[in-house]
Every structure is written in C-alpha cells, then in structure tokens.
Design a protein around this ligand. Structure first.
Ligand code: SAM
Length: 277
C-alpha cells in the first residue's frame, strides 16, 4: 500500500470519530509514522508504506479516533518557534499563550519565575530569547516538572533554569523582576463543554481550579507581591471574561500599572501589573 492510499483510508475514519480537521491530522500522523517532516509529506505520498510505518500510523489513527490530541501522539508541539516535548502530564502549549511571552520579552529582565510551568514552554521561551536571564519554574505536578526539565535540556537551557515542586509560591525563595503564570482558569461549570481532546486527555490540574475559575489568581495575587522586586512585573494569562476580576484582585494587593491586553483574535488574554518602586 502507498502512503497516499493509507492516508485516503484514514481520513473518513477520523472524520467519523468527530475529529474536526481530519485531513490535516491524518497528514500530521502519517508524517510522524514515516519519520518525515510534515511539510515534506507530499513528496513521499507515492512511496510504499512499510509494515513498521503502517503499524505506527494505524496506532496513531486509533489514538486520534479516541480523541487524543495530535501533540500527545506525536510527542511534540511547536511553541514560540521551538519544539517542546508534550505528554499527557502537561498542558498542550497553546498559541494564545505566545502573547504572554511576547509581552514578557517587551522589557528586559534578569530573574524570572514561572508559576505552573507545565511543559516549561513559557519559562524556556523567555529564557531562550533573553540570554542573560535566569529562571525558576514551579508546578504542583512532579510529572510535569520532569517534562519541563527534559525540555530545558533539549533546548540547552538547563544551566539557566531550575524547576521545583511548589504550591504556587509556597517553596519559592528570593525575589524576581518578572513573574509569569498561565494558571488553570476554567470554571467548574465550563468543564463539560470542553472538547474531548481537552476534557479527556489533558491534566485536570492544568485546566481548572474548580469553582469560579479564579482561585489560582487569588493565591497568586496574595503571594506574588512579596516575591517581586520593586518595579517588578506580574503577567498572567486569563480567560477572555476574567480581565476585570483579575485586575481587581491584583489592585487589592497594592499592585499598580494594571492593564488588560488582547490576544491575536482580539480577546482579552493577559493581565499585567507592577509592584510599586
Ligand atoms: C494552564 S497549565 C499551564 C502550563 C504551561 N505553563 C503552559 O502555559 O502551557 C497550568 C499549570 O499549573 C499547574 N498547577 C495547578 N495548580 C497548581 C498549584 N497550586 N501550584 C503550582 N502549579 C499548579 C498545573 O499542574 C499546570 O501545569
């Protein structure tokens, strides 16, 4: 069987399982199974698919039919121009989170803290583009921290990054001129409406703090002022309706220069605050 024939056979099966962009996903999975770059797949479509590659492809298609995200099946995701390892223990890095990285990199910083680091995508992207900076990533998930450490090593950033187990700032020492976080922010009532890819396959701890979705911001608002240097910045990702509530939580703790910034789709995505000098 050629690669093209295998692709043709897989697309309707994926579609029948409710996969939204079945043709795109089938191509990504086939490229992964064949060990070729996705943008080179067309050149290989008339090649015969050997037995080992076909086995890999069929098991990848079966996983996708069970609605496992493509990034978990291929084990990687491109974020801020770099490839990150992704496992079921970490949130699949989202394109909208790149806005947080862009805003962070808009001003120089030396010591950064990333709360709820997951794959490490925020911390490591910022460090990679700020060559003199050092950073700490914390998470409540040991398994996530091990993925983040592997990503740091892959990106040759092990010497400028450290990772530690912590309930937000609980075990964090020292002060930082930049604190970033993309915490879990989905309200309990919104969980049922999530796609199966997110609801069934991504870590619950990464998605929701329960209740109204604001619990992580409440903890961060209370704990971060003590960990910020005077003039230091606190930047958090938010859900599009949470800008006013999160800004208020930060203002209540004495933080200043509050701003709510949009993502590329024009939806509120980042709340920015500063510790007074
Ligand atoms: C939305 S995910 C963000 C992951 C990654 N920073 C990203 O943007 O892709 C939230 C992360 O916060 C972590 N987390 C949840 N509760 C936490 C807590 N109390 N203390 C520290 N980390 C926590 C989760 O394990 C998860 O890795």
């Amino acid at each position: 069987m050629t690669a093209q024939a295998a692709l043709r056979e897989a697309i309707p099966r994926l579609r029948a399982s409710g996969v939204e962009d079945a043709a795109r996903d089938a191509r990504l999975l086939l490229a992964h199974a064949m060990g070729v770059a996705a943008d080179r797949l067309t050149l290989h479509l008339s090649d015969p698919l050997d037995a080992a590659a076909n086995t890999r492809f069929q098991s990848a298609v079966a996983a996708r039919m069970a609605r496992q995200p493509v990034s978990q099946i291929t084990g990687q995701r491109l974020f801020w121009g770099r490839s990150f390892l992704v496992t079921p223990d970490v949130l699949d890095p989202r394109p909208e989170t790149e806005v947080l990285v862009a805003v962070a990199l808009g001003q120089p910083f030396h010591h950064m803290l990333d709360l709820g680091t997951g794959s490490g995508c925020i911390l490591l992207s910022c460090l990679a583009d700020m060559p003199a900076a050092q950073g700490t990533g914390v998470d409540l998930s040991k398994a996530a921290l091990s993925v983040a450490r592997r990503n740091a090593a892959r990106l040759d950033l092990g010497h400028r990054s450290r990772f530690q187990l912590s309930d937000w700032c609980e075990t964090v020492q020292g002060r930082f001129d930049l604190i970033l976080s993309n915490p879990p922010y989905i309200a309990a009532a919104e969980m049922a409406a999530l796609s199966p890819e997110v609801r069934l396959w991504e870590p619950h701890l990464a998605l929701t703090p329960g209740g109204d979705g604001l619990a992580a911001y409440r903890a961060i608002a209370v704990q971060c002022p003590e960990r910020l240097l005077p003039g230091g910045r606190l930047l958090v990702e938010i859900g599009p309706t949470q800008g006013a509530a999160v800004s208020q939580l930060f203002a209540d703790q004495g933080l200043v220069d509050l701003a709510v910034l949009p993502d590329m789709d024009g939806r509120d995505r980042v709340v920015m605050a500063r510790k007074p000098v």
